[in-house]
Design a protein around this ligand. Structure first.
Ligand code: SF4
Length: 333
């Protein structure tokens, strides 16, 4: 990561203004996943160039220092490289998500994202088995595409991240999935926890993640063991996964609340800001709202990974161990 981005993160943290955002650039998708129905949405909406650039500037003004560009499939937005470059101009660390690796292999997409200053390309990776991967995303030969994309990213300054959703077909095989990701050359593995609340904003769910909580708990226990064994570079903090296990077993025992809205936020393709992908509440439009409208109460309503994981860093002195664990995990310490 560039020094200017690290400095921006550190300064905003010390000022108490650090935020992270997910910005969904379109509801169009090239996959048809069994655990998401966004690809079914109509009409297809794409964030327009000028509005998207202004939105990223506004997020930077609010203290957003890490941005994840998502969708649908963000690579289908024709302005993806410009949006990434604008995040870089604002000294934001950036991750670009992708579920369809063939899009990374066309139109010099990887080169354009590198030139735009992207830090991480995060590729959905659900199984060590090529046929299961192809079936879960409805993309033929997807594993070959992933292997080629990861190899090409490996020749750039960017990091490749395997974005692993814990679901029915891998919850008892995480070691195998992580081993395959490592064999393919992924630099980092991030785990996504299946959520048990239905969002009216961002439609996740479906048969693929229709599983007992006990299965998720056992998967998280296995993930903590894998993380602590240092066998794989799993980015999720063990503290956060323990916090999620507490949530799944008894929400009253959760030690670290979620700061959706206040510290981590979601911007949809209409530029409406939400505390997260779960809650339908719109806090305002990013182009017109005031930063103080993000100052909402903490929440403990679900176990969504990205929001809960980042929120671990914003619980005062109790966050110090999580900060140390996260800084070590990304190589800052
Ligand atoms: S706990 Fe879940 S519902 Fe509540 S703000 Fe966080 S991500 Fe949203």
């Amino acid at each position: 990561m560039e020094k200017s981005k690290k400095r921006n993160i550190a300064l905003n943290y010390l000022k108490g203004r650090l935020k992270c955002a997910e910005f969904a650039l379109t509801n169009a998708c090239a996959s048809k996943c069994t655990f998401c129905s966004i690809w079914k949405q109509s009409p297809k909406v794409f964030v327009e160039r000028e509005q998207g650039l202004k939105a990223i500037d506004r997020l930077a003004e609010f203290g957003v220092s890490h941005i994840t560009l998502t969708g649908g499939e963000p690579l289908l937005n024709p302005h993806i490289a410009e949006f990434t470059a604008r995040a870089t101009k604002n000294n934001m660390n950036s991750a670009v998500l992708d579920a369809a690796p063939q899009l990374l292999l066309r139109n010099d997409m990887i080169g354009r994202l590198e030139d735009a200053g992207a830090d991480i390309i995060s590729i959905s990776f659900d199984s060590a088995d090529p046929e299961t991967m192809a079936r879960s995303r409805q993309i033929d030969n997807i594993m070959d595409g992933i292997a080629e994309a990861v190899a090409r990213i490996g020749r750039t300054s960017m990091k490749s991240m395997a974005s692993v959703l814990i679901w029915n077909e891998n919850y008892d095989r995480l070691d195998e999935v992580c081993a395959k990701a490592q064999d393919l050359g992924f630099d980092i593995i991030s785990l996504n926890y299946p959520t048990f609340s239905q969002s009216s904003v961002y439609e996740l769910g479906g048969d693929g993640i229709d599983m007992p909580r006990e299965s998720v708990v056992s998967a998280l226990e296995a993930a903590i063991r894998l993380k602590e064994s240092k066998k794989y570079h799993i980015i999720n903090s063990a503290m956060s996964m323990r916090n999620i296990i507490n949530f799944l077993t008894d929400p009253a025992t959760v030690k670290y609340q979620c700061h959706g809205g206040k510290r981590v936020l979601f911007v949809d393709w209409f530029l409406n800001v939400h505390p997260c992908m779960q809650l339908p509440t719109s806090l305002g439009n990013i182009l017109t709202m005031d930063e103080k409208e993000l100052d909402i109460e903490s929440c403990n309503a679900c176990n969504m990974s990205w929001y809960r994981d980042f929120s671990m860093l914003f619980n005062g002195w109790r966050s110090i161990p999580a900060l140390i664990e996260s800084a070590t995990s990304v190589g800052w310490l």
